[in-house]
Design a protein around this ligand. Sequence first.
Ligand SMILES: Cc1cc2nc3c(=O)[nH]c(=O)nc-3n(C[C@H](O)[C@H](O)[C@H](O)COP(=O)(O)OP(=O)(O)OC[C@H]3O[C@@H](n4cnc5c(N)ncnc54)[C@H](O)[C@@H]3O)c2cc1C
Ligand SMILES: NC(=O)c1ccc[n+]([C@@H]2O[C@H](COP(=O)([O-])OP(=O)(O)OC[C@H]3O[C@@H](n4cnc5c(N)ncnc54)[C@H](O)[C@@H]3O)[C@@H](O)[C@H]2O)c1
Length: 468
Amino acid sequence: MRDFDLVVIGSGPAGEWGAVQAALAGKRVAVVEREPVLGGTAANTGTLPSKTLRETSLHLSGLKARGLYSVETTLRHEATVSDFLYRERRVKGMERERIAHNLEHHGIQVFQGSGTLLDEHTVVVRRAGADDVRLTGAFILVATGSKPYRPPLYPFGDVRVHDSDEVLEIGQLPKSLVVVGGGVIGCEYACMFAALGIPVTLVEVKAELLSFLDDEFSALLAQRMEALGIRLRFGQTVEKVDVPAACEVPIRLTLSSGEEVSADQVLVASGRSANTDGLGLAELGVKLGARGQVEVGPGFQTAVPHIYAVGDVIGFPALASTSMDQARVAVEHAFCLGGPLSIATVLPYGIYTIPEVSTAGETEEGLRAKAIPYVAGRARFATNPRGQIIGETHGLLKLLFHRESLKLLGVHVLGEQASELVHIGLVAMLTGSTARLFLETCFNYPTLSEAYKSATFDAMDRLKRGLV
Ligand SMILES: Cc1cc2nc3c(=O)[nH]c(=O)nc-3n(C[C@H](O)[C@H](O)[C@H](O)COP(=O)(O)OP(=O)(O)OC[C@H]3O[C@@H](n4cnc5c(N)ncnc54)[C@H](O)[C@@H]3O)c2cc1C
Ligand SMILES: NC(=O)c1ccc[n+]([C@@H]2O[C@H](COP(=O)([O-])OP(=O)(O)OC[C@H]3O[C@@H](n4cnc5c(N)ncnc54)[C@H](O)[C@@H]3O)[C@@H](O)[C@H]2O)c1
């Protein structure tokens, strides 16, 4: 008999929830984690730290109060790096404890060390200063996550040049910052630092931010980021970086347009690579993509049938939310537990910029490309009573309905609570609901959620007037 029914490599959201799902089904489970702390990118270097820093920067900057009380647009007080990082460290610590408790509660054995597959059923755990441990499992779940991609142009050893992991270890808040990459990480950090009053320039090679967003929302976000003071440079890359040894001399970056930008510090956020180096997967016949991502088939099974892979290590969409769900499905598939064998057909995206943006389902551009007839309805937070009370004047909710069946096809939100509000539309889409749901639902008043009803009225009005 093998030591375990399931050996999980990695303790991020994918590893944790895959392990728990299997343990709940009565399986014997081990988790191997190479770091001395549990929780992966989500708990330690990515999701939770960055979301906590966002709240900290909003708090320290007094940004939320500015519109409401006509407060001057200056910081409440000069933020120090320890002000900035204080809550982030607390939240991180609490999340690590929660995960340790969750695994222990479900009787899951944790092995600290770096896992490598020796054969299809054996993982060797290598530990600094201790003997290797060999674990055998009927199934292996690879949940080793990803790391920041480091373009060779940048001298990452320098204290003023960061990737998104190192930015959590900064010794001093930047006096000015260049962010390379207008993806989710670049946009979120650019907003946080700009909210603290730090001059930020963001360089993005594409012609827009976050190209997966509905165009209207990508443009609206760019407008709001500019209003926050961020200088956006689209369609450009950095061609040359000069980082003087003396920290008081600014870093000089030459853009592809020839423009020269100087900054105190640089944050590079131009994508991520899968953590598959040294795992031994390719040797066993598991296929890997260009940035090391594991190729999987239905049920997240690799080319080796009892090896599964989930989360960032398989690439897009690479979110904490989707990683956990993929793990649930992989465990269902491996042990034939009788549950669904694929994750939900519509997934939400929450982007914690300032303001937040969230989206689920189709964009207008996507519907046009597929020649699906639709009608859009909009509700602006400026005319929503709750929006007025909280001073949220730039928020927007847009709903996209099928023009004939009136089924909800897409929901897009920008503004306060966007990543929460999107769930109403998400559930409506997953249950195949139509405009009637929002017309006939009694919403609390005054709430931002009530914007669903206003946006639906707007769509119905546009239909009636033939404005589609
Ligand atoms: C700055 C930032 C902000 C983010 N914000 C959000 C957000 O707001 N919402 C959201 O949904 N997602 C967000 N994400 C993405 C999210 O963090 C990841 O999608 C998620 O952490 C992936 O989970 P995972 O379990 O696949 O991998 P990870 O969380 O990366 O965990 C993998 C674990 O495997 C371990 N490991 C690797 N190799 C080995 C080995 N050989 N042996 C043993 N252990 C190993 C690692 O040490 C790590 O602990 C963000 C990411 C970043 C970087
Ligand atoms: N709120 C969230 O859900 C959240 C937050 C942060 C990160 N994440 C996840 O983390 C992952 C990585 O995020 P990311 O932002 O690093 O990668 P990304 O791939 O999402 O974005 C990278 C951006 O950098 C640009 N770029 C690439 N090379 C460039 C260059 N040389 N010069 C200028 N621009 C360049 C790309 O065009 C792209 O827009 C994503 O998968 C994302 O889903 C999610």
